[in-house]
Design a binder for this molecule. Structure first.
Ligand code: FAD
Ligand code: DHB
Length: 391
């Protein structure tokens, strides 16, 4: 088999890349390790920046997103038992964010690709990349019980944090920046109406909590917990009680309902530099991870893909490799700003066991400053809705 761009991974990065390349007449084959059911059912991100919505719209895969997505013009920060609204739209000249489950965006892109009869292989085993230092890189893999080879011009490593592409680059050629946080998030999906029309990020002495949603009848709720937290210790009753306390929810504000899904997410900041080695380009979680507090992971994956598509378009049009050479630096410029924001939101809102009294007071002062300063709230808002793209 031969293609122009071999894409490993059918998450948001790989699927969007394939779709945008198709729009530009560039062939791609997408290889995914898991089943279609698995990737369409994997509950993860839910918040899209304005630019991500615009990108999915231009890619022609946002019809349902525009019908079903929930547009948010603000959010609430709660601390010291008091709520403070951040008027995202008012502080950013009208920009908004949209709630739409990542797995819904994945379903839309899978459907578009299969309807167009374009290659997307599920349940691929043992994918391995070869000859990335040459002009003819290859992917070997097993599918339908047969060993296969995909000859490519370019390989896109969109295989997430635990994929095979990043580890295929010689370690001496990579620089890794890594920070693991001393806490995690316990997340639930529940059949209950959202606590409020807008998201609530709460800082409480017991730890952080976040109330978000997927629809008018489905809530998504998160609690700070220990990284090695045992889910078996968290009955539904205990989860609801902790949410009520940390969110400062009065009487009927937080309505309980059946818990549909429960999971623990580790928190990490991670960046690899550069994001390219020869003919291999990394995009999305394969190259970087942010803690979820600022809701940036999927949005960053989409931003990388925009840059990669432009570079590949120029390359296949015979305009040379300048944009491919600039790919890593262009992406990293945004990635580090987003890393900073995600780290900042995380350290501001979480409880640090063993933090000293000075750090604690500084954190409280920063929250107080945010509550009282339009300049501080504007800085939060412009990062939250998404920094402008370079192009
Ligand atoms: P992935 O979605 O991880 O996709 C990689 C794909 O590659 C997977 O389908 C995987 O099966 C496949 N793969 C891996 N290895 C191989 C292999 N060897 N061969 C073939 N295929 C392979 N981000 C936001 O923007 N907003 C949010 O609100 C948000 N909330 C989050 C909440 C939670 C609980 C979590 C866990 C994450 C959240 N994120 C959020 C982050 C977001 O989900 C990720 O950043 C996003 O999935 C990255 O997309 P990706 O395509 O790069 O990687
Ligand atoms: C969601 C997740 C986040 O990490 C966040 O900051 C906001 C929203 C969500 O799952 O909806």
């Amino acid at each position: 088999m031969r293609t122009q761009v071999g894409i490993i991974g059918a998450g948001p990065a790989g699927l969007l890349l394939a779709q945008m390349l198709h729009q530009r007449g560039i062939d791609a084959v997408v290889l995914e390790a898991r089943s279609r059911d698995h990737i369409e059912g994997r509950i993860r991100a839910g918040l899209l920046e304005q630019g991500s919505v615009d990108t999915l719209t231009q890619a022609g895969v946002a019809h349902r997103l525009h019908r079903e997505g929930l547009v948010h013009r603000g959010l609430e920060l709660r601390f010291g038992g008091v709520g403070h609204r951040i008027d995202l739209a008012g502080l950013t000249g009208g920009k908004v964010v949209t709630i739409y489950g990542q797995q819904e965006a994945v379903k839309d892109m899978v459907a578009a690709r299969l309807a167009a009869g374009l290659p997307l292989l599920f349940d691929v085993a043992d994918a391995a990349i070869h000859d990335i230092d040459t002009n003819r890189p290859r992917i070997t893999f097993r599918h339908d019980g047969r060993d296969q080879v995909l000859d490519c011009d370019i390989i896109a490593g969109c295989d997430g944090f635990h994929g095979v592409c990043r580890p295929s680059i010689p370690p001496a050629d990579l620089r890794i920046f890594d920070r693991v946080y001393p806490f995690a998030w316990l997340g639930i999906l529940a059949r209950s109406p959202p606590m409020s029309e807008e998201l609530i990020y709460a800082r409480h002495a017991d730890g952080f909590a976040l109330a978000t949603m997927r629809s008018h009848s489905i809530s998504r709720l998160y609690l700070q917990c220990a990284p090695e937290e045992d889910l078996a210790q968290w009955s539904d009753d205990r989860i609801w009680a902790a949410l009520r306390t940390r969110l400062g929810a009065s009487g009927g504000e937080l309505q309980e309902g059946p818990v549909l899904q429960k999971g623990v997410t580790a928190m990490r900041s991670f960046v690899v530099e550069p994001m390219r080695h020869g003919r291999l380009f990394l995009a999305g979680d394969a190259a970087h991870i942010v803690p979820p507090t600022g809701a940036k992971g999927m949005n960053l994956a989409i931003a990388d893909v925009r840059v990669l598509v432009r570079a590949l378009e120029a390359f296949f049009a015979g305009e040379g490799g300048d944009l491919m050479d600039a790919y890593s630096a262009t992406c990293l410029d945004r990635i580090w700003k987003v890393q900073r924001f995600s780290w900042w939101m995380t350290q501001l809102l979480h409880r640090y066991d063993g933090e000293d009294a000075f750090e604690h007071r500084v954190r409280l002062a920063e929250l107080d400053y945010l509550a009282g300063s339009v300049a501080a709230r504007t800085a939060l808002a412009e990062n939250y809705v998404g920094l402008p793209y370079a192009d």
